[in-house]
Design a protein around this ligand. Sequence first.
Ligand SMILES: *Cc1c(COP(=O)(O)O)cnc(C)c1O
Length: 506
Amino acid sequence: MSDQGNNTKLRDDQAQLKQEMLIFERGSSGRVGCTFPRLDVPEVNPVEAWGEDAVRGEIAGFPEVSEVDVVRHFTRISQHNFGIESGLFPLGSCTMKYNPKVHERVVRSPGFASAHPYMPSALMQGSLDVMRRLEEALAAVTGMDRVTLQPAAGAQGELTGIMMIAAYHAARGDTQRRKVLIPDSAHGTNPATAAFCGFDPVEIPSNSRGTTDIEALRAKADDTTAALMLTNPNTLGLFEDQMEEIAEIMHGCGAQIYCDGANLNAILGKTRPGDIGIDVFHINLHKTFTTPHGGGGPGGGPVGVCEHLIPFLPRPTVETDAETGTAYLDWDRPDSIGKVQGFYGNFAIMVRAYTYIRALGAVGLRQVAEDAVLNANYIQTRLKEHYHLPQDRLCMHEVVFSDKCQKKDDVTAMDVCKRLMDYGYHPPTVYFPLVVSGALMIEPTESVSREDLDAFIAAMVAIAEEAESDPAKVRGAPHSTFVARLDEARAARKPILRWDPELCEE
Ligand SMILES: *Cc1c(COP(=O)(O)O)cnc(C)c1O
């Protein structure tokens, strides 16, 4: 992937880099960064209490630093990064929206923050009520009959959904269904999920309009088909407008329709998956509902299902006692696929998503979709003179360009992305979807002002001009970041996430 060979290419000022990175070595024996409260229990001699073997005299290479050393270290490395609070983050398909601060205030309320998952239901009525209300709100937004909040990510939502579909077919004795049909524009998690559940993923081509080729779908759909995994709007940023035919074909052969709902932001309050023939639908709380992304941290991938799949939902579900109105956890669900997460899923993420929904209300959520789609179309219209647009028609919440025009100067989509970093932007998604060669997938979201959009467009136009006038500059980008181009495959496959004294000595 990288043209830099195997090594991370550091800037010339390596000495400075080392100084910055070697903060841990700058410590000095006996320096401390915290003060413990006075002991309020009897003091124990650890060696006497647990024996010599259980107690370590010294932790090898452990840095001894002051509070200010630590704060400066982390602040400095945070400045080498780019986050949603640094600026426009147009990473297509990822819906990098601003995460409102009010969520943090609500989730820190003592009733939520100090709740323990082992508390009996009677003592966690407030928390269960939030889960119950969030489920209701998500069901209302998507038109699905019930929603499980357990999965912690979109990919886990897919897994949960396909497991439910497998259980549904199994319960009907329909065990010859081994195929899952997946359009070629799908996110890689879709075929991975199908294969992980023991199905054979079968690729369905897109037509010249960038949507599912209906005749190809019809040809592949039969009584060995378990499901179609569709993304709508799809990853070309286009709405799959032949849902009626798709539903007829799939349900006609006894298969289920799974919809990857990562792109729900485009259709909030406009159309509902449950109304257009979809049986299972996942929602990314960390995309559409502004809970934080990334860092491998907690996410949320709730899954909505139609009535006939309710028995297979993960357990426990949150139910309401008809007489008293109290909420309780129902474990007595014999057909459930089981539990897919520890406890009940990422509860604090649910509180944030619910806060977002209540803060905006139905009208606000609809405006989210309208503004997100308007912003993407504004970018599409302004940039299509400068970048090749494979599907030249109104888009949804994201627009996919290609590097076809820049290729004549030997400048690639990756080069454009790297150069964009010099202009102070996070790059868009690159080389995805796979159906577009040299793809640049831009999703501005609604949380961006007109001024910010104009500045981003100006940067993209400037790069298109540079690709002609000074292509070497674009190919050599980024020029202003802390490190130059990385070996991206190695960075993703073998990340160094832990400080290691030996690495620093190199
Ligand atoms: C983000 C995304 C996923 C996976 O969601 P995660 O929460 O990252 O696991 C699946 N499909 C599409 C289209 C996506 O954009």
